[in-house]
Design a protein. Sequence first.
Length: 282
Amino acid sequence: MRNIFFLSVFFLIFSGCSKSNETQNESLMISSVKLPAKANVNANVNADTDSYDRSPDLSAPKMEQKIIKEATLRFETDDLENTFNQIQKAVTAGKATIINDSEGKDYGTVFRNLTVKVPSQNFDRFINDISKGVSYFEIKNISAQDVTEQFIDLTSRLNTKKKLEERYLQILQKATKVSEILEIEKQISVIREEIEAKEGQLKYLQNRVSESTVTIEFYKTTAEKEGVKISYGSKIWTAVKSGFFSLSDFLISLISVWPFIIIFCVLAYFIRKRFKRKKQQS
């Protein structure tokens, strides 16, 4: 009996130790994939950004200079059609694209406005081709904006966000609890939105760098006394035609209101007839 009692006690002690070891191992596994606190994550992001900005990787290739070029031109011409043909030739030679074309007339001038997108490498050549034959520019404004620092800053922040996304994806593969998985996926969604926003900003800047915008306005001055050249007979004929058109408009307007004319005539007839009866009775 004594041996049986000692064996029972030994068995209980051994089973208790094994359960405690299993519990400790399980807690260690959970803690190994536990999600970092939000404050720590933000601190890591700031630390990564600061380290990149203050001590850049000197071994990385130097980024090409990014410059946005724009131009605005305004000048007078003797022939709008010939000037437009010259601009079209410059557009074809510079592999450019006309994205807006408008024309009009105001007091004393006939004008035409063009907006052209030109590949940046052909910008100078395009401006020179347009300037041929122009004696004087009323407006010639050419600007160049260096956005290289914006490119470097956006690129560094984008790389930082992508590295942070990779960390969360690694943690997600090890997570076991539903609450941890949901929290990690939430953080990944936020980071993905920030990555897409920065990629959009980089794409917008790259488009402005790769294609320059050129606004061209050219006009022709009309003669102030151009009407003197018209003969007297032509003026009379023009007046006759104008009167005929006015009469036609008047007749058309009468036809459009014919129901009201009929009603007015019927009422006038009955009123007149009634007055005649009254006179006869009196």
